[in-house]
Design a protein around this ligand. Structure first.
Ligand code: PEP
Length: 257
């Protein structure tokens, strides 16, 4: 593998899997992916399965991630989960600002930035999601939308925090739809985001940040997407729910040149 940055591939299980199902999936992944260390591998089960999955993943090459967290450190926020609580379960990454959270739960860039900052306070590495809708793309507003989201969602991060932050470019029109961005579309968006990071931070910081692509990634398209110079991994939804397809995505990425 000859990439500038180590690839990071994360599975977002969304609101799927009981504890028993989660343990079966992660058990199979441990077998399928044993000894793979060339790629950072992350699974993000629902909160209810984190504790049990953490126990199974201890001392393995698969990292534990969460799908969301509160922007608050603790207190009277019924139903919320604080970063420290995730840290306590050996969670290492946390997805913030997924388009489903932005769309269904009204999460603004300001809230996403607060969550990213709170994640760093607890030494969790956030995966900050950005991406345009189809209407925005067709109206020629992709760059404007990405600029607003990147500026707003990463506000307040220091350069060292930024290098530890992962960005997931997920065009909303490609999530769960079976429509994948072409490699050229993905590279163009990723390059644009990295350009923004140079402007907002500096060249060295921007070159260190890993930018995942997300949106209907599957074994048949993952390798080509990750071969693009600015595509540093994938955030995988549907295809991460089955051990074979997630493992195939990871194995395919190992021959990315
Ligand atoms: C996602 O949930 O982040 C995602 C990209 O989903 P899918 O792979 O199913 O499109």
């Amino acid at each position: 593998m000859n990439k500038e940055r180590k690839l990071i591939i994360a599975g977002n299980w969304k609101m799927n899997k009981t504890v028993v199902e989660a343990l079966a999936l992660v058990g199979a992944l441990k077998t399928e992916l044993a000894n793979i260390n060339q790629v950072d591998i992350v699974v993000c089960p629902p909160f209810t399965a984190l504790c049990e999955v953490a126990r199974v993943l201890r001392d393995s090459n698969i990292r534990l991630g969460a799908q969301n967290m509160s922007e608050h450190a603790g207190g009277a926020y019924t139903g919320e989960i604080a970063a420290e609580m995730l840290k306590d379960l050996a969670v290492r990454n946390v997805i913030v600002g997924h388009s489903e959270r932005r769309q269904y739960y009204g999460e603004s860039d300001e809230i996403v930035a607060k969550k990213a900052q709170a994640a760093h306070v607890a030494s969790l590495a956030p995966i900050v999601c950005v991406g345009e809708t189809l209407a925005e793309r067709e109206a020629g507003r992709m760059e404007k939308v990405l600029e607003t989201q990147v500026r707003g969602s990463l506000a307040g991060l220091s350069k060292p925090q930024m290098v530890e932050t992962i960005i997931a470019y997920e065009p909303v029109w490609a999530i769960g739809t079976g429509k994948t961005a072409t490699t050229a579309q993905a590279q163009e968006a990723h390059q644009f985001i990295r350009g923004l990071l140079i402007h907002l931070f500096d060249e060295a910081t921007a070159r260190g940040v890993r930018i995942q692509y997300g949106g209907s990634v599957k074994p048949s398209n993952a390798r080509e997407l990750m071969s693009q110079p600015d595509v540093d991994g994938a955030l995988v939804g549907g295809a991460s729910l089955e051990a074979r397809s997630f493992a195939d995505i990871i194995r395919g990425s190992m021959s990315v040149g």
